[in-house]
Design a binder for this molecule. Sequence first.
Ligand code: ACO
Length: 372
Amino acid sequence: MTATRGLEGVVATTSAVSSIIDDTLSYVGYDIDDLTENASFEEVIYLLWHLKLPNQEELQELKKQLSENAVLPEEIFNHFKSYPIENVHPMAAIRTAVSMLGMLDDNADEMNKEANYEKAVRLQAKIPGIVAAFSRIRKGLEPIQPKKDTSLAENFLYMLKGKDPSPVEVEALEKALILHADHELNASTFTARVCVATLSDVYSGITAAIGALKGPLHGGANEGVMKMLTKIGNVENAESHIQALFQRKEKVMGFGHRVYRNGDPRAKHLKEMSKRLTNLTGESKWYDISKKVEEVVTFEKKLPPNVDFYSASVYHSLGIDHDLFTPVFAVSRTSGWLAHILEQYENNRLIRPRAEYTGPDLQKYVPIDERI
Ligand code: ACO
């Protein structure tokens, strides 16, 4: 048995949810360029969960279900209020809150198709509110109840900031949510599938996935990008800052990808949005620094930016706190995780690979007082 480091190139499952072929990302065969241009995030959720685009009636039904399930149980608010959360990373908080939702759901272990779909709706509906509530409670503010008949993107910004977002802000977040919704067998999706393949429940799968997304080599990179841009501070410092990272053999957050060879197809949309939004907020320096960093990294290392690079300046321009960038990613990716979880249940087999053993040969147990 020979191990493949990081499972690179290993095909671990079949899936009809999304694909990356020749550097094109598509959801159920629809190119993300097309969906980003034309679809709503709710249509994309439906697409991922049903493997077809909804008609008008189906879309209205999903929106109604999401709206009806968006209110959070008091226990979540009380939990956030019950201990000092200033130093808690929001990803740890939402991971815990999702786990709590499972504890509070009497049907958590009901494993039929309908019950699992209903849990998917409940989770997707509640996750924006969890992020917003955590953000407000840690600032000493009261959480805000979701509006009815409002898109998930708009509702999220409303609950987060306590005021109606502008159409430009809603449009930008909507597109970002579509771009992050699914991504074939990425690390967090694989985690979710491994978890539920034991026939564990939906909440456990999403809790595990949030844990995997949190890491800086995965979703956590977008927060890392903003930290880096802030440290760089202005365009003139960009080149020397990046060269110093190379010298210290540190990774530049937001660059490189395991699967794409000629660049992440999501990055160009976020780059465009970053340019537009930073202009509108009068802070084009974030776009300018990002562009300079991109120039240096692609010239020196031939590494193109990934989805996390320009999403940092996009979320910053939307007035989102930097440590909430990865939670925003989770709000979107929950749709893809749930699609993969439902798909896994449909044709389940335990996921249990092998390890190439590198330890000592068989040895005889030595009693403790005979050991040196
Ligand atoms: N900065 C500098 N060098 C890099 C970077 C980077 N961002 N990414 C890869 N490299 C270099 C590595 O140092 C390595 O060089 P070496 O062969 O000389 O040692 C080579 O490129 C291959 O890199 P690996 O880390 O082995 O590539 P892998 O496929 O395992 O990792 C990953 C992919 C994790 C995305 C990597 O490119 C990385 O760490 N990027 C920075 C973090 C990041 O942006 N993550 C978000 C990814 S997108 C997402 O998950 C949503």
